[in-house]
Design a protein around this ligand. Structure first.
Ligand SMILES: [Zn+2]
Length: 221
């Protein structure tokens, strides 16, 4: 029985894979999967308790600039990050508030602060290092929560279907230009109310000669 189930599972998954390959071939025959780039500098997402501790009880974020992803914005508020080796000031808070505080920095920031954060998707904070966050009204010690964001592409489920992709897939991304190349292991984040955008950090942008709204191409076959 178990063997039969395993065989059926295998056949089904092979058929599904063939279907997706066909969808990808179809997609690559049509319009190339071009995606605009959004470059993230170091930033922090705050929880309500940490917002209270840093900016005062009940403090609200001040909406400064809308991000491309609906509902997300850069706040006027900034904090200082303080690690065992050094500190970095004017670190932008991104809104809205989240369930858990998350600090996203570059590898070079990690050297300056004296922490070695892992490469992670947003929200995957287990085993990450912490540091101190300094705000105008107080300081918070975080035992964990510092990551280097793994590059990813936001898209709607419709775009994903069009290109034969599923949420959680990894793709190769082709970058043109004098510092061009292939970015491997780019995670697909397909969700409702998402704008098509590839999120990379400053170091990745600099290494590939990319800036905001430059177009890159998903390898679809
Ligand atoms: Zn993102």
């Amino acid at each position: 029985m178990t063997q039969t189930t395993t065989l059926i599972d295998r056949i089904v998954s092979e058929l599904l894979e063939q279907g997706r390959d066909a969808a990808r071939r179809l997609a690559s025959d049509e319009a190339p999967a071009l995606v605009p780039v959004g470059v993230s500098n170091r930033h922090i997402h705050l929880s309500r308790p940490d917002m209270d501790a840093l900016f005062g009880p009940g403090a609200m974020l001040t909406r400064m600039k809308a991000m491309k992803q609906p509902g997300q914005y850069a706040a006027a508020e900034t904090v200082i990050l303080r690690g065992p080796r050094g500190q970095i000031g004017k670190v932008r808070v991104l809104g809205p508030l989240r369930k858990e505080t998350q600090i996203e920095i570059s590898r070079a920031d990690g050297y300056a602060l004296g922490v070695q954060p892992p490469l992670r998707m947003s929200g995957q904070l287990d085993g990450s290092p912490g540091l101190d966050i300094v705000g105008p009204q107080g300081t918070v010690h975080k035992p964990y929560g510092v990551i280097i964001a793994m590059r990813h592409i936001h898209m709607s489920p419709e775009d994903a279907a069009k290109w034969g992709l599923l949420n959680g897939d990894e793709v190769d991304v082709i970058v043109d230009g004098p510092r061009g190349g292939v970015m491997e292991h780019v995670a697909i984040r397909a969700a409702e109310a998402s704008a098509l955008e590839m999120h990379i950090d400053i170091e990745e942008a600099n290494a590939f000669g990319l800036g905001n709204d430059d177009l890159v191409r998903i390898e679809t076959h």
